[in-house]
Structures are given as structure tokens and as C-alpha cells.
Design a protein around this ligand. Structure first.
Ligand SMILES: C[S@@+](CC[C@H](N)C(=O)[O-])C[C@H]1O[C@@H](n2cnc3c(N)ncnc32)[C@H](O)[C@@H]1O
Length: 385
């Protein structure tokens, strides 16, 4: 069995896991963790290369005796050097200090030299696990408290946070347009389930670049701005040279998405994964209901033509797309007008069908929002009628 530690937006993480492993039974899920009932470690590690919403993957130990100190002791016996380890608790973190002290005592009583990495008796971050090389040393342990069952295991994979920052090196980002986080792009691509990605608002090329890094062989992008298409081309070339990939075809062109039905990429791609303009960059003090109304009007004009264009072109593939929503003084304001448009032209595809405990929104979407921002993203998986 394997446990996936989930990211802050855990429902999106679960949706992605569910799509990546449709045949594996999920035996437990909460907002921290999800447990998959499989022995196939290779399949898990292969999928991990392209996963966006999982922090770390833990191989659960079958012979867990309910006492972490003994299990850690068993693991220690295969180590020659001073034993450096980490221990995290998912589900009941307040107990961590007592556990770490107990383990230390047990190891000391056996004259074993050891050191725990945990700082201030807190769970380890991905950065600490990477820095201390704990995956290779097989000594990052996690105790999971899941209802009335406890699981214990060691980390076999951790999200490479350094790789994410490497993607953001000398690239020409236009922060005014609002960057789509690479992790969210990965999740949207995984959620689409297909591999020939077309982004008709590809301006900042995050989706296309993530698609290259996920070993997809074909990517297509269009955008109204010739300047952004030039930047996209440059960055595709950059990614091709800098990162391992298997890209064979990449095509881009200038196109107003209002005229999407004329796009040659509708026939070449097998999914649209996209995010359009999220509107102005609002701050807590500059956002208001009037401004949101203006924004919506602007956006609707394009979306009406975009969706009817797709219907006219008889586009039958899956579309994963996000729309904005806004927060004013703690209250979310949704893009209600878009719901009618979606209903008119498309149908929602299911989210988390087997995990009834986690509900999607009333409109059949999942939300992504950083706590410090006032604009969030509402993510849909759609199919044109
Ligand atoms: C927020 S960016 C999109 C982010 C991008 N999907 C990514 O992966 O980073 C929005 C882009 O939409 C483009 N755009 C705006 N209006 C458009 C239209 N009518 N048709 C096509 N592209 C448009 C802008 O030029 C801009 O590059």
C-alpha cells in the first residue's frame, strides 16, 4: 500500500490521483493523505514523474507494530552511518514531540548513534527531506492516523521543489497577466487524461512547457498576441534543450480565440487544457463588486464566441479550463454567468466519483486559490455537446 501526502488544495490532488490510477482502489482519503491499495511500486514511481498535487509518496510498512520506535529501529539496522532520520505525523501532529523523544531514548538505550532532522518538533518539509537526502537513505518516516487505523511507512518519492524553481529562471514572465502555477498546470493536464495538448490562450506557455516536461510528444498553442507567440516559441526551444523530453511536434500560431473554429489545431490535438485572462490584478483594497461586473462583461464576450465556435467545429475531446472567481471581504463571488454558457454548450465530466465524502462545488468544479490573493480559479472538466 502507498500513501500520497496531498497538497493544500487537496481535492484537486485527489482528482489528479484518481485520474492517474483509475484501476487502483483508494482505501482511505482525508485532507492530508490518500491511501492506494496496490503493490505496484513501479507504476507509482512512474506516475510520480508527472504528478503535480502530491507532496510525497510513502510506502506503507506491512509489519508495523504500532510502535514507531521499534519500526525505526528495524530500519536502522540496515544503516552503517550515524542514523539521520525524519518523522512526520499526518492526522495528529501534536503528538510528535513525545514520539521523537521516545525514539531517541529507545535508540540510545541500544547504544545507537542517531539524529532526527525535525526542527522544533514539526513535520519535515520537502526541502528538508531533499536536503538531507532522506529518500535515498530510506529514513524519512511518516505515521498516518486514519480514523481508527494507524499506518506507518517510509518515503519513496518527494516532490522536487528545486525543479519547480528551475523552470522559473530567466523566463520572460508578464506578472500582470497572472501566471498559472506549474503544479496546477500539471494537475490540469493529468485531469484531462490526454496527451496532445492544445492551449488556445497559450500566452505564458506554462501549460505547454509542463506538457513537454511530462513527456508528451505533441503540443499546440495559439494566442491573440504575436508577441506572446514569439515568447512561447523561444521558451519551447529553451525547454527542449534544457530538460529531458520526447517532444516531436510543437506548433503555434497567432489566433483570436473568438475564431477558434478555424484553428487547425482542433484536428491535431486530443484535448484542450487552458486558462484565459484572469482579469485585472486586483488587491484587497482595489476590488469591488462593480469592478467584477465590468470584468465579467469583458470576459463573457470572448467565452460566448469561444464555446459556440467549439460546438460549431464539432470538437468532441475533453476540455479542462479554469475561470476566475473573486473574494471580497471573505465572501466568494463566482462567475455565475459562465455556468449558463457551459450548460448550453457542454456537459461536466465527473470529479472524484468514488469519494463521496469530498464534494465538488454546486457547479461541478473544484477551486484553487492562494490565501493571499483575491482572485481564484474555478476548474472544470467539460465535453462539448
Ligand atoms: C493568463 S495568459 C494565459 C496563460 C497560459 N494559458 C499559460 O499556460 O501560462 C492569457 C493569454 O490570453 C491571451 N488572449 C487574450 N485575449 C485573447 C483572445 N481573444 N484570443 C486568444 N488569446 C487571447 C493573452 O494574449 C494572454 O497571452
Amino acid at each position: 500500500m502507498f500513501a500520497f501526502q496531498l497538497w493544500r488544495e487537496f481535492k484537486l490532488s485527489l482528482w489528479e490521483i484518481y485520474q492517474l490510477f483509475p484501476k487502483i482502489k483508494i482505501t482511505y482519503a482525508d485532507k492530508n493523505v490518500c491511501i492506494l491499495d496496490t503493490q505496484n511500486k513501479n507504476e507509482i514511481l512512474k506516475a510520480a514523474e508527472r504528478i503535480g498535487g502530491t507532496i510525497k509518496i510513502i510506502e506503507l510498512i506491512e509489519w508495523y507494530r504500532g510502535k514507531p520506535e521499534y519500526t525505526i529501529l528495524d530500519a536502522w539496522e540496515s544503516h552503517e552511518w550515524k542514523f539521520a532520520y525524519g518523522l512526520s505525523v499526518l492526522g495528529w501532529e501534536s503528538n510528535l514531540k513525545a514520539m521523537l523523544m521516545d525514539i531517541k531514548k529507545t535508540l540510545k538505550a541500544k547504544w545507537l548513534s542517531s539524529r532526527f532532522i525535525n526542527k522544533d518538533f514539526k513535520n519535515l518539509s520537502s526541502a528538508q527531506i531533499i536536503w538531507e537526502n532522506l529518500v535515498r537513505r530510506a529514513s524519512d518516516f511518516t505515521l498516518i492516523i486514519a480514523d481508527d487505523t494507524q499506518y506507518f511507512g517510509k518515503t519513496i518519492w518527494v516532490q522536487d521543489i528545486n525543479a519547480y524553481s528551475k523552470r522559473d529562471y530567466g523566463k520572460t514572465r508578464d506578472m500582470q497577466v497572472g501566471m498559472l502555477p506549474p503544479k496546477l498546470s500539471q494537475m490540469m493536464i493529468n485531469i484531462s487524461l490526454w496527451d496532445k495538448i492544445y492551449d488556445p490562450f497559450c500566452g505564458l506557455w506554462t501549460i505547454l512547457i509542463e506538457s513537454i516536461l511530462m513527456w508528451n510528444q505533441e503540443i499546440y498553442g495559439s494566442d491573440i498576441s504575436a508577441e506572446n507567440i514569439e515568447k512561447t516559441k523561444k521558451n519551447i526551444n529553451f525547454a527542449r534543450k534544457e530538460f529531458d523530453n520526447s517532444l516531436k511536434t510543437s506548433m503555434t500560431q497567432v489566433l483570436d480565440a473568438k475564431w477558434i473554429s478555424s484553428s487547425p489545431f482542433l484536428k491535431k490535438s486530443n484535448t484542450i487544457v487552458t486558462e484565459w485572462y484572469l482579469g485585472q490584478v486586483f488587491h484587497k483594497h482595489s476590488i469591488s463588486e462593480d469592478k467584477i461586473r465590468e470584468e465579467k462583461k469583458l470576459l463573457m464576450d470572448i467565452y460566448v464566441k469561444f464555446f459556440s465556435g467549439l460546438q460549431r467545429a464539432n470538437y468532441t475531446w475533453v476540455i479542462v479550463i479554469c475561470f476566475p472567481f473573486w473574494e471580497i471581504r471573505g465572501k466568494y463571488h463566482y462567475f455565475n454567468e459562465i455556468y449558463d454558457l457551459i450548460q448550453k454548450h457542454s456537459k461536466n465530466l465527473p470529479i472524484l466519483p468514488k469519494l463521496d465524502a469530498f464534494k465538488h462545488t454546486r457547479s461541478g468544479s473544484l477551486l484553487y486559490k492562494r490565501p493571499d490573493q483575491v482572485v481564484g480559479r474555478e476548474i472544470f472538466k467539460l465535453k462539448i455537446r
